[in-house]
Write a protein that binds this ligand. Structure first.
Ligand code: MUC
Ligand code: MG
Length: 469
């Protein structure tokens, strides 16, 4: 007897097409058809002479239905696809019911001076996504002024006007489809898309009862060495701050922010910090694209001679050839940051060895999935990795930490010190830092709970409220 197998594949229209075809002597198995398409197909096949078996999935709910079908149609019906007592109960699609973007700011413990801005009140966007079971996922975008192309209110607008209305009803577990859909809706806008994807990951992982890192292959480590960024703009203050962090057992990796002053004075400042701390600490610098190639060539020679371990983004992002020449010329690690946004950027740099290392940032790459892809390109090219930050609160820090924890190697540790730079946080459970490391939070999801009172106080929209306590 010839076997025909269909799995929802014959629609009732297809069933009409086979009307009149002689299927006598043929045996058909139609899977998944407790109702609708499968049942119609089974009936149609049976009507033209095939010996049909209808296999019904999700037997617990469908067993009664299956019996009804057997009695009313005379078809052979089985309910064996899902084993009784199996822990796998089949996947029922989740559904997004709402997406909310909330602009808020967090005050810093001291002014944080970068090449392009000084931060005292950091701008962030919290994304809350709910599903039809009443669960919630949290995502976040943090915005460093003049660093990228997106702004706090721009992100909120893109989410509420372009993305959210077209994502309600989608399955937050289907991350690939979600990212493709967002790319079809609007080009770039990686911070907005990244915050939405982050919230979907949290929601999906919570629904599965797993930490979010389990959706990305599981963690390779439970703690990550965490760096402190020295951004006072003054060598003496930077050194004092670093000594204090060392004594507290908080940090022994430091990144001096330079690029806002005279280049040689900047070099002298970073080298002075290194000299003061000696072998007790690793000192790196971040130039945030401030130098031209001639300046960078002179300055990096001084940094290398002064014992600095890495130089982050010395040149404007577009000067990829210049980055290649610096990487070739110096032994000190040249790290690329701002220009590595998409997987194509990562490939372009990796292909011509335009850096020794990449700084990964979840917002910059448009989410956790894409961050993992950028990391894979670096891994394939033999480049080392640093888990970067845009200064996220406890929410984005937990998400980034869980993703960074999945990477096979993370030679430069991470920069997830945002919650330590802020006076306060909207996360009720702030990340834990111990013995120079950030402890990777456990789930479910990112394992973060929002302090609603604090969020109400720090938000910058019409819902803002004074604090109760
Ligand atoms: C950067 O370029 O790495 C993040 C934290 C910080 O202090 O600076 C940044 C941005
Ligand atoms: Mg940087």
């Amino acid at each position: 007897m010839e076997q025909i197998t269909t799995n929802f594949g014959f629609s009732s229209t297809a069933a009409e097409v086979i009307e009149g075809v002689d299927l006598s002597g043929k045996r058909a198995t139609v899977t998944g058809g407790a109702s609708g398409i499968g049942l119609e197909t089974a009936k149609a096949l049976s009507a033209v002479g095939a010996a049909v078996t209808l296999a019904v999935r999700q037997p617990a709910a469908a067993r009664v239905v299956a019996e009804d079908i057997r009695v009313s149609t005379g078809l052979h019906v089985i309910t064996s696809v899902v084993q009784k007592n199996s822990s796998y109960r089949g996947y029922l699609a989740m559904k997004i019911t709402s997406i909310e973007a909330i602009p808020y700011t967090l005050p810093t413990v001291r002014p944080h001076k970068l090449a392009m801005a000084t931060i005292t009140d950091h701008t962030l966007v919290l994304v809350r996504i709910r599903d039809d079971e009443g669960r919630e996922g949290l995502g976040e975008a943090a915005i460093i002024p003049h660093y990228g192309a997106e702004t706090q209110h721009g992100i909120c607008q893109v989410i509420s006007e372009n993305l959210a209305p077209n994502l309600v009803g989608q399955d937050p577990m289907a991350l690939g489809a979600l990212l493709t859909r967002m790319d079809q809706l609007i080009k770039r806008n990686s911070y907005a898309k990244g915050a939405i994807e982050m919230a979907c990951v949290d929601l999906a992982a919570k629904a599965a009862g797993l930490p979010a890192d389990a959706l990305f292959g599981g963690r390779a480590r439970d703690r990550i060495p965490v760096l402190w960024v020295l951004g006072t703009g003054d060598a003496r203050k930077d050194t004092e701050e670093a000594e204090e962090k060392l004594a507290q057992g908080r940090h022994n990796l430091f990144l001096v922010k330079i690029g806002h002053g005279d280049p040689l004075a900047d070099v002298a400042r970073a080298v002075a910090v290194k000299r003061a701390l000696g072998d007790k600490a690793s000192i790196r610098v971040d130039v945030n694209q401030a130098w031209d190639e001639t300046t960078a060539t002179r300055a990096i020679a001084g940094l290398e001679a002064g014992g600095i371990d890495a130089v982050e983004q010395p040149l404007p992002g577009a000067n990829i050839e210049g980055m290649r020449r610096l990487t070739e010329r110096f032994t000190v690690t040249i790290m690329a940051d701002e220009p590595i946004e998409t997987i194509e950027d990562a490939f372009a740099f990796a292909r011509i060895s335009a850096a020794d290392a990449f700084s990964l940032k979840v917002s910059k790459h448009g989410g956790l999935t894409n961050t993992r892809k950028v990391a894979a390109i670096a891994e394939a090219a033999g480049l080392s990795l640093f888990g970067g930050t845009m200064l996220e609160s406890g929410v984005g820090t937990a998400a980034s930490a869980q993703l960074f924890a999945t990477l096979p190697t993370l030679s430069w540790g991470c920069q997830l010190f945002g919650p330590l730079l802020f006076k306060d946080d909207i996360a009720a459970n702030r990340p834990e830092y111990r013995d120079f490391d950030l402890i990777v939070p456990n789930g479910p999801g990112f394992g973060v709970v929002v302090d609603e009172d604090k969020l109400a106080f720090y938000r910058r929209d019409a819902e803002r409220r004074e604090r109760r306590s």
